[in-house]
Ligand binder design. Structure first.
Ligand SMILES: *[C@@H]1O[C@H](CO)[C@@H](O)[C@H](O)[C@H]1NC(C)=O
Ligand SMILES: *[C@@H]1O[C@H](CO)[C@@H](O)[C@H](O)[C@H]1NC(C)=O
Ligand SMILES: *[C@@H]1O[C@H](CO)[C@@H](O)[C@H](O)[C@H]1NC(C)=O
Length: 372
């Protein structure tokens, strides 16, 4: 009887074993049934600001690979700053004189193409609205990129207690989540979500590896108060990038230490330990981790660990990281700076982004503190 029972079970077990592996969502079949807010998404900080041959290794760049390659390699959140330049909406680093990565609509088209090519992936765009574009102005850029069909529309205009699963978003074809920091009124484009209504962040102006913090910093309504941040249902965006202050008090990404900053363990300020610490203090893993030079570390290892993903599929392995030309590093900062100071002296009034990359004392600088 016993033998027969085992035999009877066999075909069932065998049939189960040969079922095709479920399609992956965001590089893993294990993530399909997870909700959007239950997993950690790797974010490329200042995604379109690239330090590669196409920009002459501009030291204002925060990434070695462009947005398409970032997404190919597993990045699922891309952030950028939007500035008004000659009556167009451009992606610029602090000021367009330093680095202008072209039109917002062009970049959105690049993301649209990637979504077309990768039907099982959910991508988040975070726009820093540096010059206060209105919802309808941003909407026009999304329309021009023909990307609106992919846009996820939230069910409510406040932070929900739960988000849909990746599989649901994929099935619905709404695989683009868009946050804007910040958007005051928005009646025309419900898919454009005011970032700080849905998300809170830790601090980001860190210049020493010992100073990474898990404490809420923005929005001001949750600053310094973890309990309030958690009970607000907002998701947590963990900034984890290190600045260096160099010539003329200008802050730029610390590229020499990034191997440690983005590492899964070992060394002061490493991402793995910082993420574990934040997870312990919140009782849940960070929703987004935003890094510079995402391929270093590699940062995705920490994200995979948090997500319990051990064998990710469908990721492109990038060729060994672009070597920046150290000779060009400072001269490119200087070039941008010289042009900026000159334009200011000629009467232009450069606008500063919210997401300040150039953290120096611009008042004294532009007021004649240096001579060029
Ligand atoms: C991204 O970079 C790769 C490698 O440099 C290049 O071949 C590709 O054209 C770039 N893609 C875009 C959209 O710029
Ligand atoms: C590190 O953080 C401490 C406490 O907030 C602050 O006093 C100090 O200035 C910071 N150090 C640097 C180098 O930013
Ligand atoms: C980058 O950070 C490391 C670690 O704090 C530091 O030793 C190094 O001097 C920094 N680089 C620059 C150029 O500030």
């Amino acid at each position: 009887m016993l033998g027969l029972g085992v035999l009877a079970l066999l075909p069932f077990a065998a049939a189960k074993a040969v079922l095709p592996r479920q399609t992956a969502c965001n590089n893993s079949p294990d993530l399909c049934s997870k909700s959007y807010s239950e997993i950690t998404h790797l974010g490329a900080h200042d995604s379109p600001f690239v330090r590669d041959a196409s920009t002459g290794y501009n030291s204002a760049g925060n990434q070695y690979y462009n947005t398409t390659l970032q997404l190919d390699a597993g990045v699922r959140m891309v952030s950028a700053q939007v500035h008004k330049e000659n009556n167009e909406w451009h992606l610029c680093h602090s000021v367009c004189e330093i680095m202008d990565a072209g039109k917002l609509s062009t970049w959105l088209s690049e993301i649209k193409s990637w979504l077309d090519d990768n039907p099982n992936e959910v991508v988040t765009v975070l726009l820093v609205n540096s010059d206060g574009a209105s919802a309808s102005e941003l909407h026009s850029e999304f329309q021009a990129a023909n990307i609106i069909d992919y846009a996820y529309k939230p069910a409510q205009t406040s932070a929900p207690s739960s988000w849909p699963t990746l599989q649901k978003m994929i099935d619905d074809g709404t695989r683009l989540v868009t946050f804007v920091a910040s958007l005051e009124t928005n009646t025309v484009a419900p898919y454009l979500m005011d970032e700080f209504t849905y998300v809170w962040e830790n601090n980001y102006e860190v210049t020493t590896p010992g100073n990474f913090s898990c404490a809420p910093d923005r929005p001001s309504s949750v600053k310094g108060n973890l309990a309030t941040a958690l009970s607000s249902n907002r998701m947590f965006l963990m900034n984890h990038f290190l600045y260096q202050t160099s010539i003329l008090d200008i802050q730029s990404p610390n590229a020499t230490y990034v191997g440690t900053t983005n590492a899964p363990s070992g060394g002061a300020g490493n991402l793995g330990d910082a993420a574990t610490k934040c997870k312990e203090s919140y009782g849940q893993q960070p929703n987004f981790i935003l890094v510079d030079f995402f391929d270093k570390g590699p940062a995705i290892e920490t994200v995979d660990n948090l997500n319990g993903v051990s064998s990710a599929t469908g990721r492109r392995k990038l060729s060994s990281s672009t070597q920046e030309s150290s000779a060009s590093t400072y001269s490119n900062v200087f070039k941008g700076l010289v042009e900026l100071v000159q334009s200011a002296k000629e009467g232009a009034n450069p606008s500063m982004g919210e997401w300040v990359w150039v953290g120096g004392d611009w008042g004294s600088l532009l007021g004649g503190g240096i001579s060029m």
